[in-house]
Structures are given as structure tokens and as C-alpha cells.
Design a protein around this ligand. Sequence first.
Ligand code: ADP
Ligand code: MG
Length: 750
Amino acid sequence: MSKIQWTLDNLDCAHCASKIEDKIQKIEDIEKATVNFMTKTLTLTFKEDKNLDKIEEQIKDIVQKLEPHVIVKKKIGKTHCKTLSKQISCCSGHHHEHHIHDHCDCHHEHHEEHGHDQCDVPHDHHEEHRHSHEDGDTKKTILKLLLGGVIFSIGLMGEFKGNVELGIFLGAYIIVGGEVIVRALKNIMRGQVFDENFLMTIATFGAFATREFPEGVAVMLFYQVGELFQSIAVNKSRKSITSLMDIRPDFANVKRNGELIKVSPEEVLVNEMIVVKPGEKVPLDGVIAQGKSMVDTSALTGESMPRHVEEGETVLSGFINQRGVICIKVSKEFGESTVSKILELVENASSRKAKAENFITKFAKYYTPAVVIIAAMLAIIPPIFIEGATVVEWLYRASIFLVISCPCALVISIPLGFFGGIGTASKYGILIKGSNYLEALNNVETVIFDKTGTLTQGIFHVTQIDATNGFHKDEVLKYAAYAESYSNHPIAVSIIKEYKDEIYKDKINDYEEISGYGIVVSVEGKKILVGNNKLMDHKKIKFKEIDCVGTILYIAIDEVYAGSIVIEDTLKEDAIEGIQALKDHQVRNIVMLTGDNKKIANKVANELKVHEVYAELLPHEKVEKLENIDHQKTCGRNIVFVGDGINDAPVLARADIGIAMGGLGSDAAIEAADVVIMTDEPSKIATAIKISKRTKRIVIQNIIFALGVKALVLGLGAFGIATMWEAVFADVGVSVIAILNSMRILKFKK
Ligand code: ADP
Ligand code: MG
């Protein structure tokens, strides 16, 4: 299976987006096609060996038919100036219909793309240029509508008669709605009959035909104003959501041949030196080679307190340098750096659709044809069968139906709501990999936590070392440290830190880490075992169990028990409140699973007040426990597993929602989980649930509101009570309100 992405430039109609998706999905050989209206991307998965050129041609064909002004392009990721010039030509070609969308978007990408090139145009200039251009287009539309409005008012007040009256209103009508008519004609030529433009044209022509000139103009005016508001609202929201996620660095200052040059982050190689000045974004992951500073990590973590960093420490792309100049040795190329990973993840998030979104897409598919059919029946049947019913009257009622036949309000506002929810979560350092997960978080019954590194800090302190059988305490610690030196388990990291001497890795052979048991290794030719009581039992070592509360490591050297190390971990600062917050959000069952011993597990469980605790579990037993809990869950509710990504990937994958903690710097966690908490705070799980609930509430409000108003106006229209005015409101007015409502999610505060 492979995956490609295309950009659909100028995509400005959500309903069309789903039509395009539907058609592309039907192309042979395509496994799955998703169009993301928000990011304007088309994502395809298909079998490896397929003929790409043919597929691309088919896609372009489909798009050309449905939305001729949309431009299909290979997704730009790592190309440079060439794409830039293409972008410019796209932006200067004033051949599009929805000016506001087109221009803004071209410039937006243009501006984004700017970061990837070497053409040194100052940044601000772009911003300015973009805004003035876009404002200009909006202004043009507003002026046109104003002019039309003024002529319309003159017509209303002047009480003109006959052809003069017709002339004035017709003039106003053409100024206001001319482009609608042109679009309708163009679409008909392409075989797309029942689109909004056509329906508005018919409806308003109808008004003119019955000599209701003012109504014809007014309805068109109202419709156009609604469309204008709608596109402004969609654009604003797209922008504010994408700016939430705007963590892409624009350039890197790299040291080459003793000189400092400005290049695109993609051009920097691993092990090169980059310099980051105060106020600049760290462009690539690396280790500080020189200098110290405070960095603002909030773009990645949502944490507002700046963090102190100095020589030898790792910094991640996306941090903002606040004070000193730092020199960084790059450790990962741009594509592998944290920023790229996160961006990719968030950009792809809306291709995993929520149930509510799928419902709306399905609904839209049947809704429009159904309304159009009813409209046709309304126009034909009553005049034939009902005495005194005039064709004109029923045509009018039918055209009301046609105006309401677009499900736009829902098709735009629902994905926007989820996208906004995902964006808001990312502001808090919570990365959600799909709208489906955001929706699922709304209905959590059980949260299962891993202990070490998830609820506890995973930073152990040695509290006691015992040695026996002629070994010395120092030897016990030394061999433990040597054994642990290849492991990245929190226990290992802590032991190595406790052992202050240097570790000569060339003395270590045959290293084997057994998840949930410990480590088997040969050091200086001696066979070393370091692990828990299970490891000792398993390897048949005679040992004395230590009776104390703490995590206990037993050490055996050449099959002889040498001693033990007791280590202790502390709870994370917000663990207790984090668990309380979950209980406050209707999470019925909170469970802790751990591979550690019972005593320490119970102690931690008591402090945290979790409902159930299971200790001494091997990784596969954790999966079994989860499955047990899963069998008992209420149908339709979800189980969340929260781990730190170290040896709990199988459980993360098996849970309804796998949440990984401490995503910063841990690739494994980012890969395995459905939701990644960038900071180490358990309380963020409750925050994620809160955002999910808020999002869901907004989505439901929109569904009820939009469907309610539409149903009401359809009903009133059929009985001749509602006029074209209400119909246009039920169409664009409802859209605007629903979009604005969706944007409320961005105002979320913890
Ligand atoms: P948790 O479920 O608390 O996250 P793990 O499943 O990671 O714990 O580990 C369970 C137990 O296995 C640990 O408490 C420890 O006794 C043992 N263990 C795992 N990895 C190591 C290691 N690298 N060194 C020593 N002991 C280990
Ligand atoms: Mg663990």
C-alpha cells in the first residue's frame, strides 16, 4: 500500500469536496480517497504497483468536471523555487470565480512556500501583500453589492412604472447576481444542472416572470451577502485554525565554510551547525553545542513557562529561542524533525472522519435529490389536481424548495468544528490523530493507566542497596549500571545516573532486554541478570525477597545472587488532580496496570484513588487485562489506555483510544498512539475529554439548528407561508450562523 497527497487549490465548496471524494473513491485501484476541505488536500491510498499517471489523469478529469476552477497539484513538501513561481502565476491569473477564497489561498501557500526557498524576500512584505490583495477582492464584492443595493433602493422608493421600473430592477439584479447566472450557465454546459447557482437563477427569474421585481433582486442580494459572509467566515476560521498549527520554521542559519548562511530547513544536513538567534524558531532537532538560553516550548507543549536550556541539552524544532544566541548541532534532518512529524500528523487528522461527519456526508447525498424531487412534484401535481391552484403559485413554492436543497451549512460547519477542536487541542499540547478519536473521547467509560513514566515521573532515586554472597555494594551498582546502559527504560536511565563513573560500553556483550522482566547481559565476561523477582525465578536464581515498598531490582552475577537495589519514584505533580478531573467528567472506571510489584502498586493506587489496580503484569498480560475490561464495557462506550510508549505499544494499539504521554522526543509514542500528550501531564487527558465534549456539543447544535430551520422553512414553504426570503435565510443564513458557532471551539479555556 502506498499513499500520496495532492493539493486542491481553490477548493471552496465543501459539498463539492465531498462529491469529488465520492467520485475519486470509485476509481479502480484506489483503496481509499479522502478530501480534506479544511487543508484542501486529497489523500489517496492504493496498491503499490498501480499506474500513477493514469490515476492522476482520471482525478484531474473528475475535478475538471465538478469544479473546473480547482487546480490539482502534487502536494508540495520538499521542493523549492520552482513551485514558488508556479504559485505566483496561479495567483495572478484572475480567472477564478470566488475571489476571496482563491486569492487568499494562493497567497497563503505562496507565503508558506516562501520559507522553502532561497529567494530572500523579506517576510513582512508578503504578509502585507497578501492582506491588501485579499481585502481588495472582498472590497470589490462589497462595492458591487452596495451599488446594486443603492440602485435597488432607488427603484423601491421611486415608484417607477412599466419598462423604467423593469430596467432599474434588472440593472440592479445584473450587478448583484450576474456572476451567479454566468456560473449557472457554465455549469449546465458541463452537465452539472442542479447546483446552487442554477437554483438561485431559476428562483429569481421566477420572481421576475411574475412581475415581483423587487423580490427577485432582494433575494439575489440577500443570497450574495450570505455567500460573502460565508466565505469570509470560512476563510477566517481556516486561517485561525491553521495559525494555531503554524509551527513550521521558515529558515535555518547554517554555518558553512566559516560563514553563516540562511537556507531552507530542508537543506540542512545532519551534524551541521546551525545558529538560532533570540526571537527565532529552532528549525531542526539537535543538541546545543554552545550557548544557553530560555526557550518557549508552547507551540509544541502548550506550556507557557519558558524552559532553560544549555550546552549538551536537546532542543526540538518548533521551540522559540527567547534570549541568548545558541549554536545547535543538528541531529535529525527536517523531514524527521519534531515539527515535521507533528505537522504531518495534524494535517492528516481530518482524513480520519468522525461518525457525525460520515453521517452528514451520507445525509447530504440523499437530501439534495430528495428535496429536488419533492420540488418537482410540488410544481406539477397540485396545479393538476387541486382546484384553483395556479401554476405560478406552486412554481414559487417549488423554487423555495430548490433554494433550501443545499446541505452546505452542515457540510461546511461540521468538519470545521472537528478541525477546530483538533486545532484547539494542539494549542494545549494535545495532538489528536483524527476527528474520529476526538469524537470518541466524548464517550469514555474507562481510563487505564500504565504506572511508570505515566502516573509517576519515571525518575527513580536509589534508596537502598544491599549486597550479599561476598559482593560489595559498589559492585552491585556497577554491574547494574553496565547492564542497563543500553536500555531506555526509566529504571535504566535512573540507575545509570546514580552510577557516576564512566561506562565502558566495549565491555558489554550479548545484551538482551526482556520486557517486564529486566536485562540479561554479559559484562567483562560475567553473566549479569538485573530485573525483578520474576526474572530471578525464571532464571532459577536463589534470592531473598526484599520486604519494602518500592521498585526492587535484583542482581545476579554468574548465576549467583549478588544483591538488590531499591529505587523509588515520585508521583507526577498533577496526577492526583488529573484523576479527579476524569471522575468529574463521567469516567466511571479508572484502572492502573503495572509490571512493578504489588506493594508499590497498591501504595500508588491508594494515593491516586484509582478504582482498580493490577500489578506484576507482563506486557502481554496488560493486553489481556485490557481485553477483559473491554468485554465488560457498556456497548458504545470507549476504553482509553494511557502509556508512555515504552514497552506498552501493544496495549496502546489495542485500546479504543491509545494515548501516549510525553510525546516530546519519543518517536515510538508518536507512532503508536491515537492521541499524543506532548507534555508529561496526566491532567491533559481530562482537558482532551473536555475539548471533545465541547466540540461534540457544538456539532450537535449545528445539526439540530440547520436541519430544524430547513425542515421548518420547507414545511412553511409547501403550505405557501414561507417566502423566498426565509428560504435564502435557511440556506446561507443558517450556514453563516453554523460556521460562527463552530468557531466557538477556538475560544476554549481550561
Ligand atoms: P510499568 O508497567 O510500571 O510501566 P514495565 O512494564 O515497564 O513497568 O516494567 C515492569 C517491571 O519489569 C519493572 O518494574 C521492573 O521490575 C522490570 N523491568 C523492566 N525493564 C527493566 C529494566 N530495563 N531493568 C530492570 N528491570 C526492568
Ligand atoms: Mg511502562
